[in-house]
Design a protein around this ligand. Sequence first.
Ligand code: HEM
Ligand code: HEM
Length: 179
Amino acid sequence: AKGDPVKGKQIVDTVCAACHGADGNSVASANPTLAGQHEVYLYNQLQAFKKGERKNPIMLGMASALSDADMRNVASYFSQQKPKAREAANKELMPLGAKIYRVGNPASHLPACMACHGPAGNGIPDQFPRVGSQHAAYIAKQLADFKAATDRKNVTMSDVASRMTDAEMKAVAEYISGL
Ligand code: HEM
Ligand code: HEM
C-alpha cells in the first residue's frame, strides 16, 4: 500500500527535519538528501535500519520508533519533494568522475554507474535509487561501506565498490553530486 504524504509530513516536521531538512534537502553533508528519492527505496532502507541489516546508530534509533505505516508515510512525503541542484565543489575531479560514471573502468571490470543509476542520476523507481544531487561526502561513505560490507551490504553495489580505488570513489562522488 502507498503511504499518506500528509501524515508523513507530520513525522518529518517533528523528527526527521532536523537532519534531513523539512523538504528533504539536508544541509550537513553526512546526512543524505531524501527529496525526490524513490518511495519504495526509502521504505526499504528504513526497514533495513530497523532490522539492523544496514547499520547506523542514529538511524537504528529513528527507524525503530516508526511503524510500518509511518515508514510508508514518510517515504511518500520525501519522494514527492523536489531535490535542489547542487554544484560539484571539486572541479579537478570531474574528468575522472565523469569517466567512472559514464564508462566505468574496463581494466578493473567496473561497470558504468549510468547503466543502473541513469544518465542524469535519477535511477529507476523500484529498482535503482536516485543518486543525482546527493552530497559527495555521503556518497563516498556509502561506497566505502558497500566495499567493507559490514555496515551496509548489497550484492550488486558491494561488487561494484570492491572494484574501485579510493580516488575513483572520491571523484565519482563529486561528479554525482553535480548531476
Ligand atoms: C540516512 C530517513 C531522522 C541522520 C537515512 C536514510 C533514510 C532516512 C531513508 C537512508 C537514505 C539513503 O539510503 O539514501 C529518516 C527518517 C527520519 C530520519 C524518515 C525521521 C523519522 C534522522 C535524524 C538524523 C538522521 C533525526 C540525525 C540526528 C541520518 C544519517 C544517515 C541517514 C547520518 C546516513 C547513514 C549512513 O551513513 O548510512 N535517514 N531519517 N536521520 N539519516 Fe535519517
Ligand atoms: C545504491 C553509487 C553502479 C545498483 C547505490 C548508492 C550509491 C551508488 C551511492 C547508495 C545510494 C544512497 O544511499 O542513497 C554507484 C556508483 C556506481 C554504481 C558510484 C558506479 C561506480 C551501479 C550499478 C548497478 C547499481 C552498475 C546495477 C547493476 C545499485 C542498487 C542500489 C545502489 C541496486 C541499492 C542498494 C541498496 O538497496 O542498498 N549506488 N552505483 N549501481 N546501486 Fe549503485
